[in-house]
Write a protein that binds this ligand. Structure first.
Ligand SMILES: Nc1ncnc2c1ncn2[C@@H]1O[C@H](COP(=O)(O)OP(=O)(O)O)[C@@H](O)[C@H]1O
Ligand SMILES: [Mg+2]
Length: 125
């Protein structure tokens, strides 16, 4: 089965003044297409940090991230944005929906921004 997400030896260290906070250290994860995965861990252990890195919203301080078979490490900001836009969907605990639009429009808007025709986007949504 094709790999949807690959996380290899990923590290993330935050710097708080001269204090280094190591949140991720050598994290590995491989998720195949069609696989459903839940990430469960106590509060403050790095779930959001890992998801932001996996979702290309944040960059790791070490290691490699692959999304849909493409290495994110070598991409510039624009390349990362494109890869994220074309392959990743987020549903947040707080939905961040645009209140001026219907639910259907909220779902189809990212497709419209990616150049998908209105009718195709509406049908998929
Ligand atoms: N921007 C940041 N700067 C410094 N520390 C952070 C930052 N974001 C998260 N942390 C710290 O990283 C740790 C993991 O946070 P987080 O990924 O939000 O955990 P979870 O989602 O599992 O609750 C926590 O100790 C948090 O305080
Ligand atoms: Mg969290």
């Amino acid at each position: 089965m094709n790999e949807a997400l690959g996380i290899e030896a990923v590290g993330k260290t935050y710097h708080d003044g001269d204090r280094a906070v190591v949140v991720l250290d050598g994290a590995n994860l491989a998720i195949a297409e069609g696989e459903m995965v839940a990430l469960v861990a106590p509060s403050g252990t790095g779930k959001s940090t890992l998801l932001h890195i996996a979702g290309l919203l944040d960059t790791p301080t070490a290691g490699e991230v692959r999304v849909a078979g493409r290495a994110a490490g070598g991409l510039d900001d624009e390349g990362r944005t494109r890869l994220r836009r074309d392959t990743i969907g987020f549903v947040y605990q707080f939905h961040h929906l645009l209140p001026e639009f219907t639910a259907l429009e909220n779902v189809s808007l990212p497709m419209r921004a990616a150049g998908v025709a209105r009718r195709t986007a509406a049908a998929r949504a």
